[in-house]
Design a protein around this ligand. Structure first.
Ligand SMILES: Nc1ncnc2c1ncn2[C@@H]1O[C@H](COP(=O)(O)OP(=O)(O)O)[C@@H](O)[C@H]1O
Ligand SMILES: [Mg+2]
Length: 231
């Protein structure tokens, strides 16, 4: 078990007023080693909120979040960052690569706070090999501004994998890509799940991408329902 959500609910407050609608309503979900699932649903249905809670970037209003069996609600920022950095890689719709750094520098950023000396020492080698595996071997010294959107997004896959996470969370990873790059990105994410045995949760509007995962969930009106499963 990597992440376990037990009856989590979330509502936002605006100027101290609690909105009547629960964005998430008592959702339970377990993510195990090697799982792959996608989450679809209308805009504003809470997909990003759910993904952020899975990734410990946000906390639920009620319910329990466990990472590797540990309840995290009383963790401080430092403890959260540590458990997140050791277990979870993130991919967002925008690549958020730092423009002043080269590709190789960018993908190494998450290794800066690493505690694990072995993982830290082998980071450069791992970065090179991962960049090669996503077809960016000859671009490692270029800056993001010199690369296409698809290339930048493939680099974020490497950045997400650099600390050897157990789980990768992707929020609309193909949302800003043209069709060909999106197709390539989808293949890449699906291959990574199989090859690195890393669990993958993908939020997407693309049914093509959603179908590349083993299970598809729909989030609507605060409830998560499985709509398709290959297992
Ligand atoms: N920080 C926030 N403060 C207040 N409301 C928010 C905040 N983040 C999201 N929301 C609201 O929660 C709902 C779900 O948002 P979100 O998780 O981004 O949905 P999705 O990713 O499915 O489009 C929306 O109604 C949105 O306006
Ligand atoms: Mg969203």
């Amino acid at each position: 078990m990597i992440v376990e959500l037990e009856k989590i609910s979330k509502f936002y407050t605006n100027n101290g007023l609690v909105s009547k609608r629960n964005v998430l309503n008592e959702i339970s979900l377990s993510i195990n080693d090697g799982d792959s699932l996608s989450i679809v649903g209308p805009s504003g249905s809470g997909k990003s909120t759910l993904l952020n809670i899975l990734g410990t970037l946000d906390l639920p209003t009620s319910g329990i979040v466990k990472i590797k069996g540990k309840e995290i609600q009383d963790f401080n920022e430092k403890q959260l960052a540590e458990i997140r950095n050791a277990n979870i890689g993130f991919i967002f719709q925008q690549h958020h690569l730092l423009p002043q750094f080269t590709l190789i520098e960018n993908v190494l950023v998450p290794t800066i706070p690493l505690k694990d000396k072995n993982l830290k020492n082998s980071a450069l080698e791992r970065a090179m090999s991962l960049l090669e595996s996503v077809g960016l071997a000859d671009k490692i010294h270029q800056h993001p501004g010199q690369l296409s959107g698809g290339e930048c997004q493939r680099a974020t896959v490497v950045r997400a994998l650099i600390n050897e996470p157990n789980l990768v969370l992707a929020d609309e990873p193909t949302g800003s890509l043209d069709q060909d790059s999106a197709e390539q990105m989808g293949e890449l994410l699906s291959n990574i799940n199989k090859k690195h045995n890393v669990a993958m949760v993908v939020v997407t509007h693309s049914l093509d991408l959603a179908k590349k995962m083993n299970a598809i969930f729909n989030l609507d009106h605060g409830k998560l329902e499985i709509i398709e499963s290959k297992k």
